[in-house]
Ligand binder design. Structure first.
Ligand SMILES: Cc1cc2nc3c(=O)[nH]c(=O)nc-3n(C[C@H](O)[C@H](O)[C@H](O)COP(=O)(O)OP(=O)(O)OC[C@H]3O[C@@H](n4cnc5c(N)ncnc54)[C@H](O)[C@@H]3O)c2cc1C
Length: 316
């Protein structure tokens, strides 16, 4: 079976969940071969093995991570030339999509972005217009380069014993065009990362103000959950944009998603509808979110949410 190259998405020696999703998908399509760029491989190798990386190409040369994106594309282009994989999978994040685009140009290959699934014959599935339409597309030229949207595939453990191979690439002047001069670590609170959290509690326009988001945070903290928001709430400046869930925000797929004061517009659903269990609190029994939920509470969020938080806290 041909290899499927998976570009490992990692930060400070921690593998992002999307990588595990890509490895799971890769093993459905062929043999997953992870490509790890940067230092810290030792701290992630067990995770990659647990999720089925049969092979890992390790590019530890620090120079590769001293420049923005281009060296990774150069390395992948070289690997594609040498190993002839059936496809290359990357995360459809800002950085992943830039790598995909650059790689496609280097290889003269077709690229699919924002794919939510890939069939055995490498047909990519796209969920478009906020999930209202499903489109299928296949790369016809070169090695398919496929950027897969995080949280689209359920990661499955499939223990493997990866063969490791050290790799490197000689960078051209063009690859060195944008040097990283400073890295600032984003301050992280106690809450889990929105796209990786097992539970997400999101607030919408019904929450009424930024101050009131304390109610959402209170419920989230009682559950050890991440906080999300609808676009109406982020556009109003009640919560930062990086927490927006939906078509133009983050895609989440937690075990439990609680939508508080959110109507359930199609663009919001696009970012959360694959959540395992969905709960909504909304005072309007006709709100479209109730078409989607496993459990719906019709009532005033200002009464129900604090009661729920209190009850959960009591039972912990
Ligand atoms: C191109 C495009 C992209 C978009 N992308 C996104 C996106 O990524 N994410 C996103 O969320 N939206 C997105 N939108 C916006 C989307 O169409 C909706 O406008 C938005 O999701 C509405 O947010 P909301 O549900 O919080 O507000 P509303 O639709 O106003 O709903 C508020 C809800 O709160 C309920 N409510 C009010 N008070 C209370 C109370 N006291 N107790 C309980 N319930 C209460 C109401 O009954 C209502 O159902 C996009 C729109 C477009 C055109």
């Amino acid at each position: 079976m041909a290899e499927i190259l998976v570009l490992v998405d990692h930060v400070d020696g921690e593998v992002k969940k999307v990588t595990l999703e890509l490895l799971t998908l890769a093993n459905r399509l062929g043999e997953a071969a992870a490509v790890y760029v940067g230092s810290g491989y030792e701290s992630v190798k067990d995770k990659l093995a647990e999720y089925g990386a049969g092979k890992v190409y390790v590019a530890a040369d620090e120079e590769l991570t001293s420049y923005v994106v281009a060296p990774t594309a150069a390395l992948l282009a070289q690997l594609v030339g040498e190993k002839s994989p059936a496809a290359v999978l990357v995360a459809a994040t800002g950085e992943g999509k830039e790598v995909a685009g650059r790689l496609a140009v280097k290889l003269n290959s077709g690229v699919l972005t924002d794919v939510v699934d890939v069939s055995a014959d490498l047909v990519g599935e796209h969920s478009i217009f906020g999930g209202a339409l499903v489109a299928h597309a296949k790369v016809k030229t070169g090695t398919p380069i496929i950027a897969v949207r995080p949280n689209s595939i359920a990661p499955e453990a499939a223990p493997a014993t990866p063969a490791e191979e050290q790799v490197s690439v000689t960078l051209s002047d063009t690859d060195k065009a944008a040097k990283i001069v400073e890295s600032v670590v984003e301050e992280k609170g106690e809450r889990p990362d929105l796209t990786e959290a097992a539970i997400v509690v999101s607030g919408g326009r019904g929450v009424g103000s930024g101050d009131n988001f304390k109610i959402i945070e209170g419920l989230a903290d009682s559950l050890g959950a991440a906080v999300g928001a609808s676009r109406a709430a982020t556009d109003a400046g009640w919560y930062p944009h990086q927490f927006q869930v939906g078509q133009t925000g983050k895609t989440v797929s937690p075990q439990l998603y609680i939508a508080v004061g959110i109507s359930g517009a199609i663009q919001h659903r696009a970012g959360m509808q694959t959540s395992k269990t969905i709960v909504a609190i909304n005072k309007d029994a006709e709100a479209p979110i109730f078409e989607l939920v496993d459990y719906g509470v019709v009532g005033d969020l200002f009464q129900i949410t604090p009661q729920l938080t209190e009850e959960i806290t009591k039972r912990k």
